[in-house]
Design a protein around this ligand. Structure first.
Ligand SMILES: O=C(O)CCC(=O)C(=O)O
Length: 261
């Protein structure tokens, strides 16, 4: 196991992994914002690799997959890609939760990347993680109706020992990677800049969707010996009409899956 792999196994996350230059991160934000100027906010929409070629390219970049392989192993599927955007001065926050609770997967062979496209600091609402919390397995979550909670169900684990949590500030272009049982949260954005995160979920081909048989995921590296998923159609341009109409169905399916889990 690599140093990164050892730290990930021990803590349930690694942070500060440099993946993009600051210039490339700014360039990605400029492309994203050009699309948003026409189509509206792209905050928290799923399967963005089916809509934006530059999102598909970054999520499947070989140097990104080299890191994912150290944490997940050689067989890597792309499950989801989302931008998580906190506007300047917004109350948007994320409550303590574990990602895998609502995904309906049959096992926990999964890792999430959170790549900072702008500075993620304690001011702008970077992530907080509880080291070692992934070893507890799934904890009880309660739904809340806090409108400023980014999470779809406002799902929240109560009584987290916050003193044990560590801040994960990231410079533009740096990423953290966390496991789906790692407790994590984030605070509002009190800064005067947009906090833009590029959030990608990678799974092992062995992780099956247990709630229905409609889910999609795409092999990026290695072998799929299971054939649980139909592949997503990667974007070859930006918001192409056919992709946009297909995406609406993907988005509905994702919300129905989370709601029924
Ligand atoms: O973007 C955030 O502040 C939180 C992200 C998160 O909860 C996640 O990536 O699972």
């Amino acid at each position: 196991m690599t140093d990164l792999g050892d730290a990930y196994t021990r803590d349930g996350f690694v942070s500060g992994v440099p993946l993009l230059s600051q210039e490339n991160a700014a360039d990605h934000v400029a492309k994203l914002e050009a699309v948003e100027a026409v189509h509206g906010s792209l905050h928290y929409k799923s399967k963005m690799h089916t809509l934006l070629d530059f999102a598909a390219e970054l999520a499947s970049a070989p140097h990104v997959l080299d890191v994912v392989e150290q944490l997940l192993g050689p067989d890597i599927m792309l499950f989801d890609v989302t931008y998580i955007i906190k506007e300047p001065g917004s109350a948007s926050h994320v409550s303590w939760h574990q990602d895998l609770t609502y995904w309906g997967l049959s096992n926990d062979e999964q890792v999430s990347m959170w790549l900072a496209l702008t500075a993620a600091t304690d001011q702008s609402g970077c992530m907080r993680m509880v080291p070692g919390s992934h070893k507890q397995g799934q904890l009880d979550h309660q739904d809340t109706d806090d409108k400023s909670n980014v999470l779809f169900r406002g799902q929240s684990v109560q009584g987290v020992a916050e003193n044990n949590a560590v801040m994960c500030p990231l410079r533009p272009g740096e990423a953290s990677f966390h496991h789906g049982w790692t407790l994590h949260a984030s605070m509002p954005n009190l800064s005067n800049h947009r906090r833009v995160g590029f959030n990608v979920q990678y799974i092992s081909p062995s992780a099956r969707q247990t709630l229905h048989d409609l889910d999609t995921a795409t092999l990026l590296r290695g072998q799929d010996r299971f054939n649980h998923y139909k592949a997503d159609q990667f974007a070859t341009g930006v918001m192409e009409p056919e992709a946009v109409s297909h995406h609406a169905a993907l988005e509905t399916l994702r919300k129905e899956t989370w709601a029924s889990a």
